[in-house]
Structure formats: C-alpha cells, structure tokens
Ligand binder design. Structure first.
Ligand code: PRP
Ligand code: ZN
Length: 288
C-alpha cells in the first residue's frame, strides 16, 4: 500500500482517544479494531494507515516524511520546532502552557521571575517567550512531574501544561501567566506528492464536517405566521431557515441550525417571539 496515506497518532495519552473518535466519525473502519497494542493499522474502507507513536516524536516523523501527517498537540509542535505545516486545529485536547509559582510566593507576573529558576519540559517555548519579553531567567529542563520542582527546592517557578488545573492545585501552585494556548492539530508534511494531497483533502473534508457538526445543533420549532419574520430573523442558518406550513391554519414549522455556544441565548429570544414546541437535536455531519 505505497499510495496509502500514513498518519501518526499518539500511542497513549490525552489525545489518543479524541483522535480515534474523530477518525471513526469520518467513517473509517479497521479490520481488527484499533487496539492498544497494535502500533500500526490500516483502514479497510479508505487508503489510510495509522501509526501509533510517542507524541514527542510525531513532528520529526512528519517533517522527515516517514509519515505524511500526524495528530499532535500544538505545544509539542512548537517545542520540537520541526518544518511541518499546521493544517487544522481539531478542537479537542485543549490546554495551556502556563507559568506557575507557589501560592504564597511574591511573584505576580513574568517580570518578577527575572534571575529566578524555572523548571519546565518546554525549554524552547519558554526561552522564546522570555526572550520576547527581554527577561533573563535560568531554565531548568526536566522531563515530567514538573509541578514538584518548587516543593523540593529545584526551582522558583514552573512552566507546564494545565488542562483541568487540578495538578497545580494539588501541588499548592498558582498560575501567573499563559505562555501558549494549545489543542490537538493536524500537521502535514510540507512537500506531499499530489496523489497524497488529494487523499488528505478528502479526509480533511470529512474531518471538517465532523468538527462543524460537533458545535452545531439542528433546531425545529412551531411559529405563528404573524411573527414568522421576527422568528426567522433570530435564526442563523446555512442559507436561510426552512419554513413549512403546519396542518394547523396560521402556523408554520421552522427548521434551522444554531451554534452550540449561542444556543441558550437564541432559545430564550425565540420563546419570547412566540415560538412553541422547540426541538433541538444533534447533527452528525455537516457539509456546507
Ligand atoms: C500533564 C501536565 C500537567 C498535567 C496537567 O502531565 O504536565 O502536569 O498533565 O493536567 P491537569 O491540569 O488536568 O491536572 P502528565 O499527566 O502528562 O504527566 P507528566 O508531566 O509527568 O508527563
Ligand atoms: Zn505533568
């Protein structure tokens, strides 16, 4: 399968599940399922093969053309500084790289860390950040359990990933600055041959449809014809809402799509405008 697309995914860890879910929703099927021990598997209904790798290695594999693309955290992409194209943000695995200090420490912002020691697994990103702010600090590189560093006298501050924030709290730390916002991204080898670019375009088209559907809802409601104009004005839609007459004289059924984050605000206004029988249903795929 020379011409199949090769995509690297995280072997285990926070992004693995989200990536597998996304590709499953894209309709990809695998002969023996995707197990935790299989480090390589081919889809049976699309020319794509997945390789399960350590996330730190993914940017270099993509850069060197060992794989055509990969799903990895933007934090890893930036730290590795490989020549890869960030093609899409995938909307899951959201986290931040932050500077944090002991709760009782006198440091309020990054300027207060001049001349201090900062422990991190992200020395490159941190160095760039400090250079931009013209702050000189001592960067102490460690590869994990970074939050322990201030407690054992190894550092005055840390620069590490925060997702829920519970690790910071558990270690008596508080954040003082956000260095980078991160999430899962699709990275692509910059010089893909045309045949692979075409395959990737097909897959990205599906991924975008799944993503779009994920934050959009389908809404159906009944509206008195006398207030139809007002109600339609409240509804955004792909083109314009669908309006169908109800069997009941003077009423119509209106169908549209709404963004999940505007959902409650719109529902309240619709009710005030006289809408009844409002149904909101999930959308599985959305192609526009
Ligand atoms: C990551 C990160 C933080 C923690 C943040 O560590 O380095 O320590 O998760 O998550 P939270 O905000 O939800 O608590 P990970 O579990 O990957 O372990 P490691 O840093 O020791 O590799
Ligand atoms: Zn950690």
């Amino acid at each position: 399968m020379d011409s199949a697309l090769r995509i690297a995914l995280q072997k285990s860890g926070r992004l693995n599940e989200g990536a597998l879910y996304l590709f499953k929703e894209c309709g990809l099927e695998f002969q023996n399922g995707v197990g935790s021990r299989l480090l390589r598997c081919e889809a049976v209904n699309f020319p794509v093969e997945f390789l399960f790798l350590r996330d730190d290695d993914i940017p270099a594999y993509v850069q060197d053309g060992v794989v055509d693309a990969g799903v990895v955290g933007l934090n890893v992409v930036r730290e590795r500084a490989c020549r890869v194209e960030v093609a899409d943000e995938l909307g899951f695995g959201k986290c931040r790289l932050v500077l944090a200090v002991f709760k009782g420490a006198p440091y309020k912002c990054v300027r207060d860390l001049a001349g201090k020691r900062i422990a991190t697994s992200y020395p490159r990103i941190l160095k760039t950040y400090l250079d931009e702010k013209e702050i000189v600090a001592e960067i102490h590189q460690i590869s994990g359990s970074v939050e322990i560093a201030p407690g054992i006298g190894l550092a005055d501050a840390i620069c590490d990933i925060v997702s829920t924030g519970s690790t910071l709290v558990a270690n008596g730390l508080r954040e003082i600055e956000t260095v980078l916002h991160s999430q899962a991204v699709l990275v692509v080898q910059p010089h893909l041959p045309a045949s692979k670019q075409a395959l990737l375009a097909r897959l990205r088209f599906r991924m975008q449809a799944v993503r779009r559907a994920g934050h959009t809802k389908y809404i159906l409601l009944n509206a008195p014809n006398s207030r139809l104009g007002e109600i339609i004005g409240l509804l955004p839609a792909c083109k314009s809402p669908t309006v169908l007459p109800l069997a009941l004289e003077g009423w119509s059924s209106v169908h549209s799509v709404v963004e999940e984050d505007r959902f409650w605000e719109i529902i309240e206004k619709l009710k005030q405008a006289g809408a009844e029988g409002i149904l909101v249903v999930p959308i599985e795929k959305m192609v526009i």
